[in-house]
Write a protein that binds this ligand. Structure first.
Ligand SMILES: *Cc1c(COP(=O)(O)O)cnc(C)c1O
Length: 462
């Protein structure tokens, strides 16, 4: 039997990418203030900045763009999307939005009143923003193992039921409209939660009259890990597992720019028609009419097809996660410190361990990301002190426990040979790690500073 997996597709169209010289990259990274967000994509060879909205669509999805129905109301493509969401996720009510944060906005506005608490298994930037914007307070109830990069727990995305019970006891269930449960937790490094944990979380919440809302953005990748790691699921299809995940919830927000294989889009899905009515009332004001939300007809058509395609067989997700694991395992074998287990959407390099000579306030992960770009044109993203920002009260940096460079892998975009080049580049930078120095700000924006901050190398160190 053949043990290797390969992509369940062949390539029909190609998009050229530019290889650059070291000298060109020096000019580019200096021009970008040593911030990979400020690079032009034309100067990037292999772009691992994010897996959001960067997937390659299939020929069937591209064909869908041509037959998308652009009717303002009652679009055929909307009804195709409704059918796809019912079939794959199992929710009756669909509220389409322009992307995931649009769905988070509407959900937060219809359910949260000022002073409420919203527990969740680690925060996500836009999710927490909308909860707070509606007057709620996010409370992290993820298990402690999620914060240890070397802990091998197979389900680091699990909800800590003791933390959740303690919160319910402390503030009372009437102050907790819902729990926000994220599948394959992004900020923990793409780590799944188990079906048993989700089932128990759902039982506890429903006993107290608390709704369970999934962030099902990465439910497919989570389903794959359940199939690999949780007893009783090895013979189920990922399609069956995704359905079961959703069965424990009352609704979900989804950013379709991830699992769903499109470049833009998202939705809020619900079971309760009354709640859906409230959502639709806001939708008209903030996104669009209830049969298109924030999307064009062709976007909805490509999305409906992407949702069907992602679970049509297990081969897609096997190759998607397999490619991430291929890169991660190559790096681990060569002694590169990574967040483990390797996650579903990318590898997270531990910059603090690689660059112990750079103090955290000289931005080791930022420096490592810039160095990796310089070495080979590979673009990753800082996930450390720069992303964490400052404490508004004291004005000092937040000092997160981890300084990471994230290499997020777009779906169906790069080949194994690209992954080999990425691995070689990381190894080269690792070999020369002692020559990598720290950075200092030349421009620091007030909020969400990681997007637009500029830096320069600290050359005259004592
Ligand atoms: C990307 C993402 C979001 C936000 O979705 P957008 O489509 O970028 O607005 C929310 N939650 C998770 C887990 C995500 O990965």
């Amino acid at each position: 039997m053949i043990k290797s997996w390969a992509e369940p597709f062949k390539i029909k169209m190609v998009e050229p990418i530019r290889m650059t010289t070291h000298q060109q990259r020096e000019v580019a990274i200096e021009g970008a203030g040593y911030n990979t967000f400020l690079l032009r994509s034309d100067d990037v060879y292999i772009d691992l900045l994010t897996d959001s909205g960067t997937s390659a669509m299939s020929d069937y999805q591209w064909a869908g763009l041509m037959v998308g129905d652009e009717a303002y109301a009652g679009s055929r493509s909307f009804y195709h999307l409704v059918d796809a969401v019912r079939e794959v996720y199992g929710y009756e009510e669909l509220v389409p939005t322009h992307q995931g944060r649009g769905a988070e906005h509407i959900l937060s506005q219809i359910l949260i009143k000022p002073g409420d608490y919203i527990p969740g298994n680690m925060y996500f930037t836009t999710t927490r923003f909308h909860q707070e914007h509606a007057g709620g307070k996010f409370v992290d109830v993820i298990i402690d193992e999620a914060f240890d990069p070397e802990d091998q727990h197979p389900f680091k995305g699990n909800v800590d039921l003791d933390k959740l019970s303690a919160l319910i006891d402390e503030v009372g269930s009437e102050q907790i409209p819902y729990i926000s449960v994220e599948t394959n937790v992004n900020m923990a490094g793409g780590q799944p939660l188990s079906m048993a944990n989700l089932r128990a979380t759902s039982e506890l919440c429903h006993k107290h009259g608390i709704l369970v809302m999934l962030d099902a953005t990465r439910a497919l990748e989570n389903a794959w890990f359940i199939k690999q790691r949780e007893g009783g699921y090895e013979d189920k299809s990922v399609a069956e597992i995704v359905r079961e995940i959703c069965s424990y919830s009352d609704g979900a927000t989804v950013s379709s720019k991830k699992d769903n294989l499109v470049n833009i889009g998202g939705f809020l899905a619900l079971r309760d028609p009354k709640l859906a009515e409230k959502a639709r009332a806001l939708l008209v004001a903030f996104e669009g009419l209830h049969t298109y939300g924030g999307m064009s007809g062709r976007d909805m058509e490509a999305l409906a097809r992407g949702i069907e395609e992602m679970v049509a067989s297990d081969d897609h997700v096997r190759a998607r996660v397999g490619q991430v694991e291929y890169l991660g395992n190559r790096l681990l074998k060569a002694g590169i410190p990574l967040v483990q287990p390797i996650g579903g959407h990318g590898v997270f390099i531990d910059a603090m361990t690689i660059l112990p000579h750079i103090p955290q306030d000289e931005f080791p992960a930022q420096a490592l990301a810039a160095e990796l770009y310089l070495a080979s044109g590979v673009r990753g993203m800082e996930r450390g002190i720069v992303s964490a920002g400052r404490d508004p009260a004291t004005g000092d940096h937040h000092y997160p426990k981890l300084e990471l460079v994230r290499l997020a892998i777009p779906r169906r975009v790069y080949t194994q040979a690209h992954m080999d080049v990425v691995a070689e580049s990381v190894l080269e930078v690792h070999e020369n790690r002692e020559s990598v120095g720290g950075l200092r700000f030349t421009y620091e924006p007030e909020s969400l500073r990681f997007f637009q901050a500029r830096f320069e190398p600290i050359t005259n160190r004592p």
